[in-house]
Design a protein around this ligand. Sequence first.
Ligand SMILES: *[C@@H]1O[C@H](CO)[C@@H](O)[C@H](O)[C@H]1NC(C)=O
Ligand SMILES: *[C@@H]1O[C@H](CO)[C@@H](O)[C@H](O)[C@H]1NC(C)=O
Length: 311
Amino acid sequence: MSPNSTKTWCLRLFPILLFFISCVTFYCSYAIIQSVSRQTKLFLKLEDFFWREHLASRLALPYGVKGSEPLLLKALAVLADYQVPDNIQNLECRTCVVIGNGFAIKNSSLGSIINKYDVVIRLNDAPVKGYEDDVGNKTTMRFFYPESASFNPGQHNEAGTLMVLVPFKQQDLRWLKEILYNEKRVRKGFWKPPPQIWLGDTNKIRVLDPHFLHQTADRLLRIPLHPNSKQQPVHPTTGILAVFVALNYCDVVHVAGFGYPKTNSPRHPIHYYGFDTMRSMKNSYHDLDHEAQALRRLENSGAILYLHPHL
Ligand SMILES: *[C@@H]1O[C@H](CO)[C@@H](O)[C@H](O)[C@H]1NC(C)=O
Ligand SMILES: *[C@@H]1O[C@H](CO)[C@@H](O)[C@H](O)[C@H]1NC(C)=O
């Protein structure tokens, strides 16, 4: 064969080779998709309650909606929207960063990097103003519960920030209903008084599907869902929950501000803001060691990436 005809042959073979490679790639990614069941529908919507799925729920809050249906129906009926905005929902590849409230992010200068992600998830009432250099100023979603709500979400969020209520107990949904309908506030049943006035935009409220807390507890942390009466109930923190939600919703999940200080000093600050110390975390309803191990497993498997050095 002359060198020229070899070249022609190669050129003819090339498309066949390409086709073969794409088939293999497609088959592999298909297999991966099959083995991971991700739920990308994040929020409860009114229509769900006309279907069996939620009506057949066998778990009560925080892991299911059993017994809370009437409260949910009332609250969801006045919420305008149950979706993530289209400009994010329609992205083919969603990059997300979950910003924990930990001291580790202080002086990190990560702000401008954090602002570049499609989705920035923040937790509870963590401030942004005055900390932009380290934590950025973009907030796509903020996960919170009544005790961790700030009365004026406009202060540390954008106009478009989705305020995602994580219901841990029925009172949390009652709080939302009372705010939405401007009813008399019932103060009982909270471990810390939640705001009685809430200046957030109703159109931006979403209620996280308890499926995610259930899966975080059951699959990621493997904590007992039905502790016996002597055991203090343990629930996942909003931080590890947000990471789990991001793993479902996003194609890329990076985290910052997770982890507790290595020092044993009870006076060491734990947040990048304020004056809470390690001491305030004692007697919490969370299993922080367990969560740290779970995060380490996720990091070692490459599922998440930290934006800063950590322990
Ligand atoms: C952060 O930077 C400020 C100003 O440079 C410094 O005073 C402070 O000690 C630093 N804090 C930490 C935790 O590194
Ligand atoms: C964030 O800060 C930048 C620079 O200061 C500013 O241009 C931008 O509008 C801010 N974004 C939000 C959502 O506040």
